[in-house]
Design a protein around this ligand. Structure first.
Ligand code: ATP
Ligand code: MG
Length: 647
């Protein structure tokens, strides 16, 4: 914890410091990825708390994902600012809803729908429809979109057609399923994710007394990732604020990737106009990524069109150069997943912690192959978007086992609670059949469960180191505190995440996979606007990487398949800046092609059985000066013979 409030300002650049010092009134930070928006925001809150200008309980910091909220709480604690509420719009709204519901309807608060997909299946069956997996996903997505944009079933067909989402026949069917879904949900007395916002808004709108109560509790608001605020979330924020305008928003219009919830960057870009006199700060220094990665990101965006693109500022890299970003073309998706897993295993063997590596893809359906391949390679992984740590069934069981053991204490001789704490914990877990000393072989849910329990064991080890002699009761207390603050321990493992779930986060090494036409941009992105959103998704992906970036795609789905896929059009944009620039400024991206596997599974050192892959890549260029290479020797080195190897 920094000794003084002023020390909180250390480690901020002058523009970030301006944000931290503007403790009241509207503040807006417009800046690209990795420029320290989240950091400036977090330090601003900590500075306000440390100087006594903010009472911790009066700050509501809104983040985009649960994980981002957890990271912000951890960071605030490190900066000596405890007790600040860092939550997503949904979790903040849910808390308020649960609190005020009994007052409004004199009843227990409704429970959340646990398995939305199942409810959609039931609704479809009630309409006489049988949906396959893809249709189910689509219909569920349509219902979510409809609710987020406040489109009722009767208006769905027209609105969906206007938004270019579905054909009219499909839209009519979806509208029927949607109406049925709402009816079934109401009959079961449950609410879904979208209802949480809708109901909270309704209560705050109708009940001035309740709105006043919320406003007297929360006085200072911050919103991270503000470019993706949906109309409903904006409405909620306005209700929280009332007449006041003590709100600090930060965002990057080039990272708007949630337009399917009705989000538009207009809220962000229009903020200064809506709040005359607002402090507006722009940041351009990129502290996250190596210059090579920043360069690719700048190139990609230099081709972007639309309102966000016009306001864009070039990122200026601050970090020293790192490894050359690489791109690899594979014959098929299996070969791609296996080689990526193989590369990851090599990184882990080099000492890069698995938790600092991510595989990012466009659609969640792509994760299966990587779960399989990483499992085969013996590399632990975790799926992002999985339930919050303390809600996982195995963690719940472990917590109650720990509490029970701590409670019965030394009376329970069978458990022998005198050896060190980590061993005690292991024994408790083993006695409840939750734990095995070695990780289970293979991949899948079993391994994921083991990894989350391993995080508990590591926590016990940390506690024992910090407080020698700590007992199970201490561990139980620590866990209760963490659970109350939703401060999950780090689960080891490579992150597997969709690009949407990866926003705001960063890893040392990022593998962006499946970069083929039809996947990114995804097939249904047809209009220019939709394709631009796909480009922004790619930008989000690239800018998650701190040091290593590997881009890959494959020419067919299955081994021995058709092979007619094309690499993503965005790959060309990486190599060439949109505006004319000197050749010396050419991007540096080492391209390679992995041998095909001929359908064989796992051949780490391939060679035999290679199948020629059609050449579809841009010409090889020198990774130092960018000149197109023709000599075989130069192409192997990926640089001109005259250029120095050291960049
Ligand atoms: P994104 O748009 O992806 O959300 P961001 O603008 O919020 O990015 P941060 O996550 O706040 O960026 O910062 C990116 C990385 O740079 C973090 O690791 C952060 O700690 C580091 N960083 C930010 N500002 C500074 C600084 N002034 N000095 C050193 N490191 C910094
Ligand atoms: Mg951020």
């Amino acid at each position: 914890v920094p000794e003084s409030a002023d020390a909180v300002l250390h480690g901020l650049d002058p523009e970030q410091r301006e944000v931290a010092l503007a403790l009241t009134g509207p503040v807006c930070v417009l800046a690209g990825a990795g420029t320290g928006k989240t950091r400036a925001l977090t330090h601003r809150i900590a500075y306000g708390v440390r100087t006594g200008r903010y009472k911790p309980g009066t700050v509501l910091a809104v983040t985009f994902t649960q994980r981002a909220a957890g990271e912000m709480r951890g960071r605030l604690r490190e900066l000596g600012a405890h007790g600040v509420q860092a939550r997503t719009f949904h979790s903040a709204a849910l808390r308020q809803l649960q609190f005020f519901w009994p007052k409004v309807v004199q009843a227990e608060p409704p429970r959340l729908v646990e398995r939305k997909i199942q409810l959609v299946v039931q609704a479809a069956e009630a309409c006489g429809l049988r949906l396959d997996r893809a249709e189910l996903r689509e219909v569920t997505g349509d219902i979510e979109w409809a609710k987020a944009t406040q489109t009722v079933p009767d208006d769905f067909a027209e609105a969906a057609a206007a938004a270019g989402r579905t054909t009219s026949r499909e839209a009519l069917e979806t509208a029927r399923v949607y109406a049925q879904y709402e009816a079934l949900k109401r009959a079961s007395g449950r609410i879904d994710f979208e209802d949480v916002l809708l109901l909270t808004i309704a209560i705050l709108q109708d009940r001035e007394d309740i709105a006043q109560q919320v406003r007297s509790q929360y006085r200072h608001f911050t919103v991270d990732e503000y470019q993706d605020v949906s109309p409903l979330q904006q409405r909620l924020l306005d209700l929280w604020l009332g007449e006041r305008d003590d709100v600090c928003v930060v965002g990057d219009a080039s990272q708007t990737i949630y337009s399917f919830t009705g989000a538009t960057p207009e809220h962000l870009l229009g903020f200064p106009a809506r709040h005359p006199g607002a402090t507006v700060v722009r940041l351009v220094r990129d502290y996250r990524s190596t210059p090579q990665i920043v360069h690719l990101a700048n190139n990609l965006l230099s081709h972007a069109t639309g309102p966000a693109a016009r306001q864009r500022l070039e990122l200026v890299a601050q970090r020293p150069p790192g490894p050359v970003p690489e791109s690899t073309e594979y014959a098929d998706e299996v070969a791609e997943a296996e080689d990526v897993a193989h590369r990851i295993r090599a990184l882990v063997a080099e000492g890069v912690p698995a938790a600092h590596i991510a595989v990012l893809f466009r659609t969640n359906g792509q994760s299966n192959l990587y779960e399989q391949a990483l499992g085969d390679a013996g590399v632990p992984y975790r799926l992002r978007g999985a339930e919050a740590f303390f809600d996982r069934p195995e963690i719940r069981s472990a917590l109650s086992a720990v509490r029970a053991a701590a409670h019965s204490g030394a009376n329970d001789t069978a458990l022998d609670l005198d050896a060190p704490l980590p061993a005690q914990l292991r024994r408790v877990l083993v006695s409840h059949r939750l734990w095995t000393a070695q990780p289970p072989a293979g991949s899948g849910a079993v391994r994921e469960r083991w990894e989350s329990l391993a995080a508990l064991v590591r926590l016990a080890e940390e506690l024992a180191r910090a407080r020698p002699g700590a007992a199970l009761t201490d561990l139980a207390a620590e866990l209760a505190d963490r659970q109350a603050n939703q401060h999950a321990p780090t689960v080891d493992g490579v992150t597997l995440a969709s690009l949407h779930a990866a926003k705001g986060l960063e890893w040392d090494a990022v593998f962006l996979v499946g970069l083929a036409e039809g996947m990114l941009p995804i097939t249904y992105a047809q209009t220019e606007e939709q394709v631009e959103e796909e480009r922004r998704l790619f930008y989000v992906g690239i800018t998650r990487a701190r040091s290593r970036l590997h881009l890959s795609w494959s020419l067919s789905r299955t081994p021995g398949g058709w092979g007619g896929r094309k690499p993503s059009r965005f790959l060309d944009a990486l190599r060439t800046p949109g505006s004319a620039r000197p050749a010396s400024d050419a991007p540096r991206l080492r391209t390679g092609r992995a041998p095909a596997t001929n359908g064989e599974r796992h051949t780490p050192d391939r060679g035999a059985g290679e199948r020629p892959v059609p050449r579809r890549r841009a010409p090889a260029r020198c990774r130092v000066c960018g000149r197109t290479l023709t000599e075989a020797g130069e192409m192997k080195l990926m640089r001109c013979e005259t250029c120095p190897s050291d960049m």
